[in-house]
Design a protein around this ligand. Structure first.
Ligand code: HEC
Length: 119
């Protein structure tokens, strides 16, 4: 009986989770894959636009991911290390997220805010 109840509990949890009982989710998650992680972990500070929250930009120096100069001057490896270990006001995600997720967050999400010329 106990097992049965916990089974129902787990099912209910899964259903709620997959139907987005998490109010913080936005349309970003609908892009799927790594974007759901960005939505959950990064959007609060970096925003769906990648420009960073207004206060964050002025006080915490959140970089504007849509800035061409910024994108040109930072390497993937530096960004991956920053996300993994944290940087000043940004928490580190090593251990919290998988290594592949941290790499994808940089290579897929952060870089997507800067489409190469001509696109
Ligand atoms: C609590 C707010 C906060 C959250 C959540 C957050 N960041 Fe940041 N992020 C910052 C701040 C502040 C900076 C600027 C750090 C600095 O240069 O002092 C930053 C900087 C960065 C940079 C640039 C690092 C560099 O070397 O210049 C990247 C890339 C980045 N964040 C990606 C992410 C990703 C990916 C996530 C989600 C896993 C995330 N951030 C979550 C606040 C946050």
């Amino acid at each position: 009986m106990k097992k049965f109840i916990s089974m129902i509990g787990i099912c209910a949890f899964c259903i709620l989770a997959s139907y987005g009982c998490n109010h913080k989710q936005t349309a970003l998650s609908e892009k799927g894959g790594i974007w759901a992680v960005y939505d959950r972990e990064c959007r609060e500070c970096h925003k769906a636009s990648g420009k960073g929250s207004l206060i964050g930009r002025f006080i915490f120096k959140i970089p504007n991911f849509t800035n061409t100069k910024w994108q040109d001057n930072v390497s993937d490896s530096r960004l991956i290390i920053s996300v993994a270990n944290g940087k000043r006001k940004m928490p580190g995600y090593k251990g919290k997220l998988k290594d592949e997720e941290i790499v994808d967050l940089v290579k897929v999400c952060v870089r997507s805010f800067y489409p190469p010329q001509g696109q």
